[in-house]
Design a protein around this ligand. Structure first.
Ligand SMILES: *Cc1c(COP(=O)(O)O)cnc(C)c1O
Length: 837
């Protein structure tokens, strides 16, 4: 990857360039005194670390500058609460955003190192599962770039999303000790820590004013200690931060045991408290209800709210003004206990009355919903909740009582609707429904794509829309073009900037200007060349990661995302099997050579998803060894899908698989990454695919399958997959191949759960959509043969992807929900400064 366009990447002024000598000095200083090396025996690893510390100095300068600016101007701030931030790597993003990429590349070349190799040393910060955590990361980049005073708050897990290895076709999970080699950009704020209580009981007293007050007396206390990650904006001096809390045992707690002479117990308990931030829960879209998870949620929220209130109080404002200075966005329900916690602070610590406290709380929080799947909606057993957070449960009961009384009095809901909106789910096991708490306690509630936002209002939140019509709105997701174009695909970014200039980097709609060149043969050729170079690079990576040789000129057809039945990787591999059979039966047929690439992790306890991974690997094993289909079909599963791998795979793709059952994928964001990199989409009318179709036009996308309403109707009428299986002879045969162990000779019967689920239940309607998918894939194969037409469609996909910048999304949140300002950009040169040793 060579960034060779100074206009795009290198934003250094002349004075800065003059100061390069002192940057080299700084780098040499870190190499010698931070890393402890001399100039001999230097490895990429040492260069990476020294460079990390050099860049950290830059980041801290700007971070302090930005904090100073916020202190002076005191604008309203937004705090993005998320249990997940899927950041990936930091160094290259920082170099690009600071405008230092070229400079550093030159500097390293001077000492005989290649920046691209050095960057490979960085381990991904994988503190998230998938789309939800990656969205949070893209939002941080956009907030800093748009000069929004916005900060991320989350947990500093010791272990991020597990590393996936494939053995005998199956997924194995290995621990991801991501910080083992140190994290150079991290700023450990030992001076910022808060105690967080758990368990215990509540007490009642009469206050000085003669009011009945409640107090929570926890019997476990843990410290949350702040670790900051500077977030640089692109081409601006703004550097915000992501603050992640790590659990530390609290001294008061340990002293108890020391006093009783039980030294070993004290030390043991120390490590038990620190378990809170030990590991990210690897579940994507299924809820597990484990107590450690609720502890993590409360831990993060409790520390963050203390931190935010301390910052607010520096200005000596009245708490009733809080909503004028602070907005908190809840990334899904995971941090929604914050609503009850802020009430507890106001009622118990501040001794406020209920009504004014509730008035403030419901203006501060807003909630983003990420799913309509019922198994993903978080709820906690009341019994468990009461043990861990007894005072919060009392407050939730009171919120619920007041809310239900109000809606009953207004008479707008039926008795069955009142049950639906209750925070407490009745039954033999009472549960606390976090989504209901989030809706009732929030100022605004949004879905993440137009279709999804409509759907939540028609289904899970329908009764709520009658009570709070003004709360519901849509904020279609986006991705940051800095990481997903400038960083991942510099050749394409440079080709684009040669044609239309650089403004698209912060105003992605400017890509529209490419449309004028769509028929320009030279431009088409350059475009094809850039894509072909990326495909060659992907072929090289596939070879090194899997040992499989692919044809870089084949149609590279990619499905990379978490494994889940609703995402239907199974539909994709079934169609691969169909194609394989066709080639075998008709060896002389003209077939468009195709490489089908998969990547993604399955939750460790998700049996069916793991079995689908195994089926894909076994099909790959059979197909890739079969001489009859060689040159025409290859199947590749690239292990350990993660952000840094996505950055390498997406630029080399021709076809983006977005094939979820209509009505199940909230938005999707990989669909946007592919579009921005010139891949065409094959997809259902689901999530943001609907808006991609609107933007790009029906001629430039391959849409197939049932629509959401058809899915609902079919399920209501009593869906029977066998009707579809018997209508399609091909489909029937490939299911029989699976049942007859064609792909499991050594382990007969392993795939029968897949066969059975398709034949008897098929919850995600694969059988109903198979024929339409297959025919559409045939059309894709035909169209790919006409290179010029395909290239034009590729150009138009990029030209019309402007809407899907997370800058657009953040502007909408800032204006319509948070009411926070976009401050002026201060060009980075103005504060350019190198620390002096
Ligand atoms: C973008 C991204 C996702 C989200 O992918 P979808 O296809 O939208 O589910 C998940 N994981 C990683 C590593 C990503 O970069």
């Amino acid at each position: 990857m060579v960034v060779n366009n100074p206009r795009l990447i290198n934003l250094l002024s002349e004075e800065q360039k003059a100061d390069l000598a002192s940057m080299e000095k700084q780098f040499a200083h870190h190499l010698e005194y931070t890393i402890g090396k001399n100039r001999y025996n230097l490895k990429n690893e040492d260069i990476y670390k020294a460079l990390g510390h050099t860049i950290r100095d830059f980041l801290i300068d700007r971070l302090n500058f930005t904090q100073e600016r916020y202190r002076e101007q005191n604008p309203k701030k937004v705090f993005y609460f998320s249990l997940e931030f899927l950041m990936g790597r930091t160094l290259m993003n920082a170099l690009i955003n600071l405008g230092l990429y070229e400079t550093i590349q030159e500097m390293l070349r001077g000492i005989g190192f290649d920046l691209t190799d050095v960057l490979e040393f960085e381990t991904d910060a994988g503190l998230g599962n998938g789309g939800l955590g990656r969205l949070a990361a893209c939002f941080l980049d956009s907030m800093a770039t748009l000069n929004v005073p916005g900060f991320g708050y989350g947990i500093r897990y010791d272990y991020g999303i597990f590393n996936q290895i494939i053995a005998n076709g199956s997924q194995l999970e290995m621990p991801d000790h991501w910080d083992a080699d140190g994290v150079p950009y991290e700023v450990v704020r030992s001076d910022i820590s808060f105690s967080v209580g758990f368990f215990g009981h509540t007490e009642t007293r009469v206050s000085g004013k003669g009011k009945i007050q409640h107090d929570w007396v926890p019997d476990e206390t843990v410290l949350a200690s702040a670790h900051d990650y500077p977030i640089p904006g692109f081409n601006t001096s703004t550097v915000n931060y992501l603050r992640l809390w790590a659990a530390k045992s609290s001294e008061e707690f340990n002293l108890d045991y020391f006093n009783h002479g039980d030294y070993m117990k004290a030390v043991q308990d120390k490590s038990i408290s620190e378990n809170i931030s030990k590991v990210l829960y690897p579940n994507d879209t299924t809820e597990q209800g484990k107590v450690l998870r609720l502890k993590q949620q409360y831990f993060m929220v409790c520390a963050s709210l203390q931190d935010i209130l301390i910052q607010f109080r520096e200005f000596k404002y009245n708490l009733k003004d809080l909503p004028d200075f602070i907005a908190i966005q809840l990334n899904d329900t995971h941090p929604s206990i914050g609503i009850a916690e802020l009430m507890r602070i106001f009622l118990d610590n501040e001794e406020m009355d209920w009504e004014p406290a509730w008035e403030i709380v419901t203006k501060v929080f807003s909630y983003t919903n990420h799913t309509v799947l019922p198994e993903a909606l978080e709820s906690w057993r009341v019994e468990l909740f009461e043990k861990l957070l007894p005072r919060h449960l009392e407050i939730i009961y009171e919120i619920n009582y007041r809310f239900l009384t109000e809606v009953r009095n207004k008479g707008i809901l039926t008795e069955s609707e009142i049950q639906q909106v209750s925070i407490i789910e009745e039954g033999n096991e009472k549960r606390v429904r976090m989504a209901n708490l989030a809706v009732i306690g929030s100022y605004r509630v949004n879905g993440v794509a137009a279709l999804h936002s409509d759907l939540i209002q028609k289904t899970i939140f329908h009764a709520f829309t009658k009570v709070f019509p003004e709360k519901f709105n849509n904020k279609t997701n986006g991705i940051t073009p800095r990481r997903w174009l400038l960083q991942s695909n510099p050749n394409l970014a440079n080709l684009i900037s040669k044609k239309i200039g650089n403004e698209f980097t912060t105003d992605l709609y400017r890509l529209k200007d490419l449309e004028k060149f769509v028929d320009d043969a030279d431009f088409q050729n350059d475009w094809k060349q850039v894509k072909f170079t990326a495909k060659n690079e992907l072929a090289r990576i596939i070879k090194s990661e899997t040992g499989i040789t692919i044809d870089p000129s084949s149609l590279i057809d990619v499905q990379i995302k978490r494994f889940h039945e609703y995402k239907r990787q199974l539909l994709n591999i079934l169609r691969v099997i169909a194609l394989y059979r066709r080639i075998k039966e008709n060896p002389n047929a003209e077939v468009t050579p195709r490489t089908v690439v998969f990547g993604g992790k399955a939750a460790p306890g998700y049996y069916m998803a793991k079995l689908i991974i195994k089926l894909i690997n076994n099909v790959a094993w059979v197909v890739n060894r079969d001489k009859d289909v060689a040159e025409r079909l290859k199947v590749v599963f690239i292990p350990n899908y993660r952000v840094s791998l996505a950055e390498k795979i997406i630029p080399g793709s021709n076809l983006s698989e977005q094939i979820s059952t209509a009505g199940t994928e909230a938005s999707g964001t990989s669909n946007m990454k592919f579009m921005l990199n010139g891949a065409l989409t094959i997809g259902t009318l689901d999530g943001a695919n609907v808006e991609i179709l609107e933007e790009v036009g029906a001629e430039n996308i391959y849409i197939f399958g049932l629509h959401t309403e058809e899915v609902f109707r079919m399920k209501e009428a009593g869906y029977n997959p066998t009707n579809f299986i018997h209508q399609n002879e091909d489909l029937h045969r490939i299911l029989l191949m699976i049942r007859e162990n064609f792909f499991s000779m050594g382990e007969p019967g392993v795939f029968s759960p897949i066969y059975d689920s398709l034949f008897y239940t098929d919850n995600y309607l694969l059988m109903a959509d198979f024929t339409s998918y297959d025919e559409t894939q045939n059309r894709v194969a035909q169209d790919f043969r006409d290179e010029t037409t395909w290239t034009k469609k590729s150009i138009l996909n990029v030209a019309r992807s402007g809407k899907f910048s997370s800058d657009r999304t953040i502007r909408e949140y800032a204006k319509e929900i948070w009411k926070v300002p976009l401050l002026d950009t201060i060009p980075p040169q103005t504060i350019y400064k190198l620390p002096q040793n």
